[in-house]
Ligand binder design. Sequence first.
Ligand code: TXA
Ligand code: MG
Length: 320
Amino acid sequence: MITKVGQDISYAASLLREGYLVGIPTETVYGLGGNGLDPVALANIFEVKARPTFDPLILHADRLEKVNPLVHHIPKAIQKLAKVFSPGPITYILPKSQMVPDLATAGKPTVAVRIPNHPTTLDVLSRIDFPVAAPSANPFGYVSPTTPAHVKAQLNHKIPYILDGGPSSIGLESTIVEPLEKGIQVLRLGGTSIEDLQQVITPVKVSNSTGGNPDAPGQLPTHYAPETRLRLGDPAKHVKKFKPSEIGILSFYHLYQGIPFANQYVLSPKGDLNEAAQHLFDALRKLDERNFKLVIAERFPDEGLGRAINDRLERASAKR
Ligand code: TXA
Ligand code: MG
């Protein structure tokens, strides 16, 4: 199968209607989209991604009215969040209705739903009458894609079309939240910060679990992982064991002396965490392509999107 890349929204919508998979742009990362109510399309998503079927998918819609038939009800707390943050980088875990196939939810009684904030994909979603299941468009366990080229590099020949919506503006997956009796629980740190959530609702519990049987099953300890060994910490402490040329560095805003500048990837020279998030996955891929013996990533400030960046770097550097 030839994988085309283009900007044809109506073609993307018709492929989805016919049961094919399409690479779709979102503000967080690119998704591998398919009809979320069609078990065959869902099975294809798991196959193309080599994703275990115990890991449930997120269903995407262009507006809340289209979410209603997929869920039993939408609790007040989530309605309140949706008013402020959707469309945007946030996913809600809600009690599912009969309509949602078990394959989409891995047999769970809940379904993950999201309204992405990307004009191209919102347009596609508005043209179809079913939700689009879309995991990040990368092989299971690898770094998520933030450009059409990233998707093509890994899923070439496996899907017919990648819809080009430019680079993702947020660069980190959505924050996943679940309603509690009081407040909410964050199951995955992501593009909507804890601080922003707390402006709208309290308390915000964070259980960004990393165990073997986590609440969000995709949140395994090793995830977002490049091929090259990655360490998280102070580069100055790790450099001694290697020649400077054997090391790659991922840093927030400054360059390290004694290591070739060409081996260093600075995510935001002006020290902006949102900009750093936007560039994170692209930099991890570029570093991976250089075949260094070791990549050392700085720990980011534990605030705003810095928390989600650290989370991804922790998983990417976990022992395999
Ligand atoms: O930003 C995003 O959310 C991107 C874009 C494409 O929308 N999608 C994405 O999907 O990151 P994926 O499949 O890579 O991650 C979905 C996460 C997994 O960790 C999965 O375990 C969790 O959502 N999840 C899905 N359904 C769930 C449920 N019912 N309960 C708890 N976690 C769930
Ligand atoms: Mg993913």
